[in-house]
Design a protein around this ligand. Structure first.
Ligand code: SF4
Length: 325
């Protein structure tokens, strides 16, 4: 692993100005640069489905997916979008003393609605102080009509729009094991489609899937960088009771990786990632209930510190092994 001091120094300079000292391009830093102040996500819960659960692509969903889809800590989905946003804005705004917000459509596949229903939901997110809309979905739910609507809305309102799309692994065998119902190629085609409408992409990846190799992790960062994704959200695998993965884990048929491996993989991933890609986060937090395994029962801040220590010790920073094409 070679050290690229040029990238690191440049990043350090920017980060030090913000009183942060991360060896990667963190989300808070990006938000401050983009919106001039601290900006927080407001979660929105829609009664969304998922084609990987309802039989359109597959049944059962991804083997790690709980009943809440990929999200938790949400208001009930029967509440109107505007009401959810106003409630969360009031609460989060006061708690963190912030004035700017991102409406985050988090749970399940939020573009998986008929066109008119989708437009109605998303339009409700245009409220004062919401400066961006982030929408989680799958690679097979990037529909031209929906994207055109988002493009028009972005142009009309000036609100930034990012599609958060799950990739999880760069290895098609792993995607099959996870029952993701899409391939790596499907994901990159979806990225191209979203970018074609002038919208941003955030890729979701899991760093510690035991069937992936360290080479897969490096390759994943290389390919995401080449594809020009704007952001990544990294996950550590967590295992919920009542899921297929939970059953495999309890039967001793699925072993998690040691924490050290997760830390090393995260360092490798960041080293190979284009330094201009924003890193939304590095570690998952699991719901309190029904969690069988998460981060080796170590607090996420502690794991974060361990990643920083590892990167410092190895002289790593985001992009230090990235080769611009
Ligand atoms: S794509 Fe998301 S919502 Fe659908 S099954 Fe997988 S994790 Fe769950």
């Amino acid at each position: 692993m070679h050290i690229c001091l040029k990238t690191h120094n440049k990043r350090s300079k920017i980060l030090n100005n913000d009183n942060l000292n991360l060896p990667y391009y963190g989300f808070s830093e990006y938000l401050k640069q983009r919106y001039g102040e601290r900006t927080y996500k407001l979660p929105v819960n829609l009664p969304a489905g998922c084609p990987n659960r309802d039989g359109r692509v597959a049944t059962g969903g991804c083997i790690f997916c709980g009943e809440e889809g990929a999200g938790f800590e949400l208001l009930p989905s029967f509440l109107p979008v505007r009401e959810q946003l106003l409630k969360n804005k009031e609460y989060i705004g006061k708690k963190y003393n912030v004035q700017k917000f991102i409406a985050y459509f988090q749970n399940y596949s939020n573009t998986y609605f008929p066109y008119k229903v989708f437009c109605e939901y998303i339009s409700q997110a245009i409220i004062p102080d919401v400066v961006a809309i982030y929408i989680s979905t799958r690679p097979d739910c990037i529909y031209p009509e929906h994207m055109q609507f988002l493009k028009d809305m972005k142009e009309k309102t000036g609100v930034d729009i990012t599609l958060e799309i799950g990739l999880q692994s760069i290895n098609n065998e792993t995607l099959k094991f996870l029952n993701r119902g899409h391939t790596v190629e499907d994901f990159f085609q979806a990225v191209e489609r979203v970018k074609g409408y002038g919208l941003d992409v955030c890729a979701h990846v899991i760093q510690d899937l035991p069937m992936d190799t360290v080479e897969d992790i490096a390759c994943c960062a290389d390919q995401l960088s080449s594809a020009g994704v704007h952001q990544v959200k990294c996950h550590s695998l967590y295992i919920l009771d009542g899921t297929v993965l939970g059953d495999l884990y309890q039967q001793g048929r699925f072993q998690v990786l040691p924490l050290e491996d997760f830390i090393k993989r995260t360092g490798v991933f960041l080293s190979h990632l284009d330094p201009s890609v924003v890193v939304q986060r590095l570690i998952s937090r699991a719901p309190k209930e029904r969690t069988l395994y998460c981060n080796h029962s170590t607090g996420w801040w502690k794991v974060h510190d361990m990643i920083l220590e590892y990167m410092t010790k190895e002289g790593l920073s985001q992009g230090c092994s990235y080769q611009k094409p």
